[in-house]
Design a binder for this molecule. Structure first.
Ligand code: ZN
Length: 92
């Protein structure tokens, strides 16, 4: 599945975990849980090749506003330009 036994970044031990992932396509986002190999040392996440392909498929669907197999959850926001702390800026 994953072509690594150790973390390719730092050589640390990998552990199979379920992690949360946020994907963005255009101005749309989807959040999901996914199985990944996570480095116990640096936190690097590695995904299987078919999972990476699914991510690309999902980003493309979001971009094209095709929402089959996607379920709305809550609403998405950005801050407006009047947010008082100028270190924080809108994304769109
Ligand atoms: Zn690592």
């Amino acid at each position: 599945m994953i072509p690594f036994e150790k973390c390719p970044v730092c050589g640390g031990e990998l552990e199979t975990k379920q992690v949360e992932k946020l994907l963005r396509g255009g101005e749309n986002t989807v959040s999901l849980k996914v199985t990944a190999e996570v480095c116990q040392h640096c936190g690097e996440r590695l995904y299987a090749e078919d999972v990476v392909r699914s991510f690309e498929e999902l980003r493309a669907k979001l971009q094209k506003q095709e929402f089959a197999h996607l379920k709305p959850v809550g609403r998405a926001f950005t801050v407006d330009k009047d947010w008082p702390n100028k270190a924080i800026q809108p994304t769109a």
